[in-house]
Ligand binder design. Structure first.
Ligand code: SF4
Length: 357
């Protein structure tokens, strides 16, 4: 990773007030994002994974200030995003774009593709009419469409084509950074690979940097340089993608990975279903937030929030993983194998067969 990351997120918090009663008094807060830190170097991709409701989408939106963070810092190319307002924030937003999950809902059905693509250019006052047209044509071509699309409406396109249009809408502003929020999960499986390959090509051709948010660990493995695993508003494990997939240390990461279909029998592991629901982010459990669902939970897990243990760039927040790492002299693969063995032991009432993603 280069010395100066393009994006640096530190202690990010996004809490939403819970209000009750006639006076709408605040009685609590939902801690959707609760102290998230990571950095992404230029031209790199960070995969942010976790179950639905873990806060990963809120992280992406908070970085772009589509929702206002309540704490922490976000720096983009050295600029303090949270301290930026007015025209400076608008200029920053041109450089940081987002592609949403739903290609049906994210394109206004009453607007032509030309109007959809031109909207951002007009807002940011970019180019003359002729220059804007040229930019729109170029963005469409980059996503595998032609200028003929400009006069048509979203309903005239398939789901995959609509997502290409959504990507073109982001590209037309010539951004440096894209938040890709589950960009292929609403598409047919046969189309997903095409769009993922397009994203890889665009990253190489245009030198883009991605935050790739997904619950699909196979797609993340293919695309990401690093992966961060989120649970209940926090990152519980973060490492280079190959290191994380080779040696997942956190019991939650192992449970997520156990549900990934593998063709290679050597990479298959026993599928783990976590019992119990994800606790409410309005009232997270004390100690380790994962302890009510963790088959390895010990007394300390219920009382003490596990600090970060970092070995060779691999960060994990888990008391048991930290202990096994220490016993293994910092060898993540040995420690991960021990954690896997422990999780494979039958522990009454905490682990059952099946799957969970
Ligand atoms: Fe499980 Fe304890 Fe590790 Fe949390 S700290 S993941 S409860 S073993």
């Amino acid at each position: 990773m280069s010395a100066e990351p393009l994006l640096a997120v530190s202690g990010l918090e996004t809490h939403f007030p819970v209000r009750r009663g006639l006076m709408r008094r605040q009685v609590g807060s939902v801690r959707a994002v609760d102290g998230v830190s990571f950095a992404i170097a230029k031209r790199r991709t960070l995969g942010l994974v976790g179950e639905s409701g873990c806060g990963k989408t809120t992280v992406g939106r908070s970085i772009l200030r589509l929702v206002e963070p309540t704490g922490g810092s976000v720096r983009f190319a050295g600029i303090d995003v949270r301290a930026t307002h007015g025209s400076a924030l608008a200029a920053l937003r041109r450089r940081m774009q987002i592609v949403f999950q739903d290609p049906y809902g994210s394109l206004n059905p009453r607007m032509t593709i030309r109007a959809i693509l031109e909207e951002g250019l007009v807002i940011h006052r970019l180019g003359t009419a002729a220059e804007r047209l040229e930019r729109m044509q170029r963005a469409l071509e980059r996503t595998g469409l032609t200028a003929a699309a400009l006069g048509r409406y979203p309903h005239e396109f398939s789901g995959g084509q609509r997502q290409r249009i959504a990507i073109a809408r982001a590209l037309v502003l010539e951004p440096e950074f894209l938040v890709l929020d589950e960009p292929v999960s609403a598409l047919d499986v046969s189309i997903q690979a095409q769009v993922v390959n397009l994203l890889v090509e665009l990253r190489e051709q245009l030198g883009l940097t991605y935050l790739f948010i997904s619950h699909d660990l196979s797609v993340v493995e293919y695309l990401a340089d690093e992966v961060a695993v989120m649970y209940l508003g926090r990152i519980v494990e973060h490492a280079a993608a190959d290191a994380l997939y080779r040696a997942p240390l956190h019991p939650y990461t192992r449970a997520l990975f156990s549900a990934v279909p593998r063709i290679d029998p050597a990479r298959r592991s026993r599928r783990i279903v976590l019992t119990g629901d994800v606790p409410s982010p309005a009232n997270p459990p004390p100690g380790c937030r994962f302890h009510p669902r963790c088959p390895l939970a010990e007394r300390v897990c219920r009382e003490v929030d596990p600090p970060a243990t970092v070995v060779a760039g691999h960060t994990v927040h888990c008391h048991v993983a930290a202990r096994e790492l220490e016993k293994a002299g910092g060898d993540a693969e040995t420690a991960a194998a021990t954690v896997a063995d422990m999780m494979a032991r039958p522990l009454a009432g905490t682990l059952v067969g099946g799957g969970d993603s």
